[in-house]
Ligand binder design. Structure first.
Ligand SMILES: [Zn+2]
Length: 231
């Protein structure tokens, strides 16, 4: 079942090392079938060089395996919670990409400092609080997802206008309407994380860009008034 989505998820997983976003097996991509809610995800611990279509695992919306002989990514419960609480998203990417992880390890959100950021992310990229001992001991991966959901709810952040987040002391998650968009957002996040760090090295007290500039760049590419690109 879901052969096309499995092909997309396999291709997206293989794209991560090509884009320089993952080393070894430290990353995973999933996609959700809008019709059934089934989630298609990378298997756990399989090297990218040998991963093939039959290794891809299909699970239901609760994370129970429907198809596939291998165990799904150990981060599956994080993906399950994000899909459950953010119904608009169709693909999720998790990596330990260097520059985004630098910010995650510092437990700092990435301020919007320029138009590269504003073209994709409408405001500061949030970082979750550090997980408690209890959250870490029990259902750690699901709690990671729930911490992201809580951070968005408390900050009144819309996952459609902020398709990336930093899990504190850990690394980035990115999502999108589909698997391809999620990978693209993960790659843009890595660029933006690097730009912001270097800008703050020049001036550590640099304020965020003005709201009017942030709004202009975000909304010319997103939403009903968008006019960037071809019709
Ligand atoms: Zn991780």
């Amino acid at each position: 079942m879901l052969e096309q989505l499995k092909e997309e998820v396999l291709a997206a997983n293989l794209e991560l090392p090509r884009l320089g976003l993952v080393d070894f097996t430290w990353g995973n991509v999933s996609g959700r079938d809008p019709a059934t809610g089934a989630i298609v995800i990378k298997p756990s611990g399989v090297p990218y060089e040998t991963m093939k279509i039959d290794d891809i695992v299909v699970v239901d919306a609760e994370g129970q395996t429907l198809e596939g002989a291998l165990r799904p990514s150990s981060d599956l419960p994080t993906h399950v919670e994000l899909y459950r609480h953010f119904p608009s998203i169709g693909g999720i990417v998790h990596t330990h990409s260097t520059w985004a992880t630098v910010w995650a390890q510092a437990c700092r959100g990435i301020p919007a400092l320029g138009t590269t950021h504003a073209d994709y992310f409408h405001g500061e990229i949030p970082c979750t609080p550090i997980l408690t001992e209890a959250q870490t001991a029990n259902h750690y991966e699901a709690e990671t997802g729930l911490a992201i959901v809580a951070r968005f709810r408390e900050g009144k952040i819309d996952p459609k206008t902020m398709p990336v987040v930093l899990a504190a002391n850990h690394g980035p998650y990115a999502w999108g309407n589909n698997v391809h968009d999620a990978v693209h957002n993960a790659a843009v996040l890595e660029i933006v994380a690097r730009l912001a760090l270097h800008s703050l090295q020049i001036d550590a007290r640099l304020p965020p860009m003005p709201q009017h500039q942030l709004d202009k760049h975000f909304f010319r590419k997103h939403g009903p008034g968008a006019y960037y690109g071809q019709r």
